[in-house]
Design a protein. Structure first.
Lengths: 270, 341
């Protein structure tokens, strides 16, 4: 089956070094990653393992020290602002902190309107735009009438994060990078947000990269899992293989750190 | 019969907004924690969990106001007492509280030990600095924290370490009841495990007699506490032992909460998470009937007519629903059957 799959985004020998001299640290150290179309991939690691740095490089927010990134078979070129914008039509992100993802001076409508404009809908009549925005909101079970004319601070964290998903629904990128999208949200809304994300993926067939420290979450959503430690992948494979039959001691430790309900949670290991 | 460490009867507290509107964030809550037991409080954000914690320790500063009910901590009734008096009388010695971002409580310009000196001296129990140092050293030693952390500044410690230091400081004066309000939610999984281990240790070595643990992470509650109380819109929805609450919830809201558990265990991938649609009601104008009615899958016309009392079904278990235990179980069984098909 792997022959049929098209490579969507890949990186080889990706490295990012911060600092110089004795302070030199490789946050991401010669990482190879292959992402196929329509796949859900999780990158799991502790804080400080370089997950977010890797994500920023894939997004093009941070230049790699070494290594190349290939997008749809061709080497990625984001040397100019115009090329960057073109690239960002294909890859979009949801960040950890929904409160800092919005421009606090803009109303909520403006966020969605921007997305419509980005997709070439600038010339559409106003009623049509409203209709599209309402559709996006109803996809994430929000009511557009309740949101319109509101500022971001008037929404709850869960609502903001869902509005971020509505944005992705409008933009329909090929790749979605979700950097700890549910870590600041309580367990109830987390289920809703994950369900909506997965539904969106099923409809659009996009590639989703999940970055998380919660191995349970990674297991629930993803097809394949990469475990990251000190800037390197220590273990990778399908979710069932990695999480139910971990081989590396680091993976075993990560799994043992998460509370369980059907098995005994061993507290003696810390 | 074990001693009751904390008893709360029909406690009601309210917030008063800028526009003089009353928000009843804790509404007729009764609970009892016995010596050696731990109670977990679960619920969505905005359900009154943290307000309940503040109310329990008599922390009534505007906009939070005390309305009615009794709070008895180890035989001392503190209901309606002035917060300053409460602080002198019971805080730290009878009841201690760890807020969510407890590590921010440390003063960045003070060493840990001088912070401890300030805390202990406020209670006028120990006189000399040497005595205080000895007390702190013993406490840190028992809890497995390094002694040299006492001579460090907060910036020199990691987030998880700071959190554990603050927990150790909060139990220095051996309080009877410890209220931990999401003590681990800002930490990564490894530090979280250390904090949880420490909380359990506190009970085992006898630093505290009972624990109230507040979180929305149900797998954590299940592993830490003996009983779980589910709160929704300021009311108790269900109270049961941890095992019953997680594997056999009765109230539809608890059922929904338990359906959102994510753990890395076999079979999780085949289960569809059951999210509860909608948001909690606005407590400025609480619904007349069941507060969960508008989000409930099994809602009936009579649910919204009048307030639903808490039903007791034996073994300390109670829930707040119009349906009987048998009806609820039948409904869930029917649904599970439908899902299988």
């Amino acid at each position: 089956m792997s022959n049929e799959r098209n490579l969507c985004l890949s990186a080889s020998g990706l490295t990012k070094v911060f600092g110089f001299g004795r302070q030199k640290t490789a946050a991401v150290d010669h990482v190879d990653i292959n992402l196929y179309e329509g796949e859900v991939v999780s990158i799991v690691g502790e804080s400080g393992s370089g997950k977010t740095t890797l994500a920023k490089m894939l997004l093009g927010l941070l230049g790699p020290t070494e290594g190349d990134i290939y997008f749809q078979g061709k080497k990625r070129d984001i040397s100019t602002q115009r090329k960057k914008q073109e690239y960002w039509k294909n890859i979009q992100a949801i960040f950890q902190d929904p409160f800092s993802s919005y421009n606090i001076f803009d109303k909520v409508d403006a966020v969605l309107l921007d997305c419509i404009h980005m997709r070439g809908g600038r010339k559409l009549p106003h009623e049509k735009k409203i209709e599209i925005m309402a559709e996006a909101c109803s996809f994430v079970n929000l009511k557009f009438e309740e949101l319109t004319n509101k500022y971001p601070f008037e929404l709850s964290g869960g609502q903001m994060q869902r509005l971020m998903i509505a944005r992705i629904f409008l933009l329909k990128p090929k790749i979605l990078l979700a950097d700890e999208p549910t870590s600041m949200i309580d367990a109830c809304s987390r289920a809703t947000i994950l369900d909506e994300l997965m539904q969106l993926r099923n409809e659009t067939g996009m590639t989703v990269i999940f970055i998380t420290h919660d191995i349970g979450l990674a297991y629930y959503v993803s097809d394949s899992v990469y475990i990251m430690e000190h800037g390197k992948f220590v273990e990778s494979g399908t979710a069932d293989d990695v999480i139910l039959h971990p081989k590396e001691p680091y993976t075993k430790r990560l799994i043992s750190d998460v509370p369980k309900i059907h098995e005994e949670w061993d507290l003696s290991t810390v | 019969m074990p001693n009751t460490m904390l008893e709360v009867n029909e406690l009601t507290t309210k917030y008063v907004t800028r526009f003089k509107e009353d928000v009843y964030a804790v509404d007729h809550v009764s609970l009892k924690v016995e010596e050696g037991r731990s109670l977990g409080i679960a619920g969505e954000s905005g359900c009154g969990k943290s307000t309940l914690a503040l109310s329990l320790m008599g922390y009534y500063f505007p906009p939070l106001h005390y309305m009615s009910g009794d709070i008895i901590i180890n035989g001392k009734n503190i209901s309606g007492m002035d917060p300053d008096e409460v602080r002198k009388l019971v805080l730290g010695t009878e009841i201690a509280y760890i807020p969510q971002a407890a590590m921010n409580a440390l003063n960045p310009t003070q060493k840990i030990i001088s912070f401890i000196e300030d805390v202990v001296q406020a209670h006028e129990l120990y006189q000399t600095k040497k005595e205080i140092y000895e007390l702190a050293r013993k406490c840190f030693d028992t809890l497995g924290l390094p002694e040299d952390a006492l001579q460090k500044y907060p910036v020199e410690l990691s987030g998880g370490m700071k959190q554990r230091v603050v927990i150790a400081v909060s139990v220095l004066l051996l309080p009877k009841v410890l209220i931990a309000d999401e003590p681990s939610s800002a930490l990564d999984v490894t530090s979280q495990k250390m904090v949880i281990k420490m909380l359990r240790q506190l009970m085992e070595v006898g630093f505290i007699s009972s624990l109230i643990f507040i979180t929305h992470e149900l797998p954590l509650l299940y592993n830490v506490t003996d009983d779980i109380m589910v709160m929704y819109a300021g009311q108790i929805m269900e109270k049961a032992t941890s095992k019953e609450a997680v594997f056999d919830p009765l109230h539809p809201y608890s059922k929904g909460l338990m359906g959102s558990i994510i753990v890395p265990e076999k079979g999780l991938r085949n289960v569809k998470l059951t999210a509860i649609p909608g948001v909690p009601p606005n407590l400025k104008k609480p619904p007349t009937g069941c507060r969960f009615a508008e989000r409930c899958k099994y809602v009936r016309p009579e649910c919204t007519l009048h307030a639903i009392p808490l039903r007791e079904i034996g073994g300390g278990r109670m829930y707040r629903c119009i349906l009987s235990e048998k009806e609820l179980r039948e409904t869930y069984a029917r649904e599970a059957h439908k899902n299988v098909k």
